[in-house]
Design a protein around this ligand. Structure first.
Ligand SMILES: *Cc1c(COP(=O)(O)O)cnc(C)c1O
Length: 331
């Protein structure tokens, strides 16, 4: 098979071989329906609970606060619509930001058609929301604040702990789309006062088609899909057992090797920025340099022809790839 050099890990990642090996038996050997009472089913129910623990451990949650979904987008939908539908007697106002992923933005747009009101916070030139603007936007009717943990394009990490504090002080639920953050940042939902958190396996070396949602115990939220009673009656549908094994094993693997991996990623990114700076005179690195996802690069180029830019970036790419191979022991 041809080796491809793929670095767009904000879009997706390959499934790690180790994770894939753990998943495979659940497609055709241990494929029982976890709702079945006989042993092949019961065994899979146990596996699901074990994977719930793997996820809970990483974010400092309780396993019963983890719900499996089909993707990050579904987790966002379930979190936002779920909280809004269950709490409409308390109010109809949501606060989010202008730079959310479409899974959040379009969910809010849909809710606006259903009578909810949404404030879309501005961000500054580095992509940060303004905490004063957040406080000033809070109304008596505000039931949910949904702000992404880290942005998928410029990598900005939002002031999550401070947002959590504000939400807690005003008694408003706080959801964060952490699809870019899980795998790249250490997350503690207790310390950060997060009530709901979305993640997706394919962004951290797990398979596509499986996500998870953390919902703090005591947060009232409704299901958004009718059917069987799976996932404590919050998410109908026969469990994706292989996928659930995939997300649980992937998160465990990433966080077991976190410090070493993170350090390499950061050094690679800085190496890349340096090489681009050296080879192209007028560049602007978009987003914040400190509060930024370790693997993110987003650069604007000024006054350079497209063709010359392509050639120069191609040279940098080759240097970068060599460095990558050395760092990760591939050569
Ligand atoms: C990728 C992504 C999503 C969507 O996740 P899927 O699993 O692809 O549905 C949502 N939010 C952010 C920030 C993302 O990067």
């Amino acid at each position: 098979m041809q080796k491809i050099r793929y670095f767009d890990h904000a879009a997706t990642t390959a499934v790690s071989q180790e994770v894939l090996n753990k998943m495979l038996p659940y497609f055709y050997i241990s494929y029982g329906n976890p709702s079945s009472l006989y042993s092949i089913g019961r065994k899979n129910k146990k596996i699901i609970e074990y994977q719930r623990e793997n996820i809970a451990n990483v974010i400092n949650a309780n396993p019963k606060e983890i719900y499996f979904t089909s993707c990050g987008s579904e987790s966002d939908n379930l979190a936002i619509k779920g909280v809004c539908f269950a709490n409409k007697h308390k109010g109809n106002h949501i606060i989010t930001s202008k730079i959310e992923h479409p899974a959040v933005l379009n969910t809010c747009r849909t809710l606006e058609k259903e009578g909810f009101e949404v404030t879309y916070l501005n961000v500054d030139e580095n992509g940060f929301i303004n905490l004063e603007e957040l406080k000033n936007s809070i109304r008596k009717t505000t039931i949910l604040i949904s702000i992404m943990f880290a942005n998928n394009e410029i990598g900005t990490i939002e002031p999550i702990e401070k947002i959590g504090e504000i939400a807690r002080n005003y008694n408003i639920y706080f959801h964060t789309d952490a699809v870019q953050a899980v795998g790249n940042i250490r997350i503690d939902v207790q310390k950060l006062n997060i009530d709901l958190l979305s993640m997706s396996a394919h962004k951290f070396y797990g398979p596509k088609g499986v996500g998870a949602l953390f919902v703090r115990d005591g947060v009232s939220f409704s299901k958004i899909q009718d059917g069987g009673h799976q996932e404590k009656d919050k998410r109908a549908g026969t469990e994706n057992i292989a996928g659930i094994v995939g997300i649980g094993e992937a998160i465990k693997l990433v966080y077991n090797n976190f410090d070493e991996y993170n350090e390499k990623l950061l050094s690679l990114r800085d190496y890349y920025f340096d090489k681009v700076k050296n080879s192209i005179p007028d560049i602007k690195i978009n987003g914040d340099l400190n509060n930024r996802l370790p693997g993110n690069s987003n650069i604007s180029f000024k006054g350079i022809e497209g063709e010359e830019l392509l050639l120069k970036l191609d040279e940098v790419r080759n240097l970068y790839f060599y460095r990558f191979c050395v760092l990760f022991g591939l050569i």
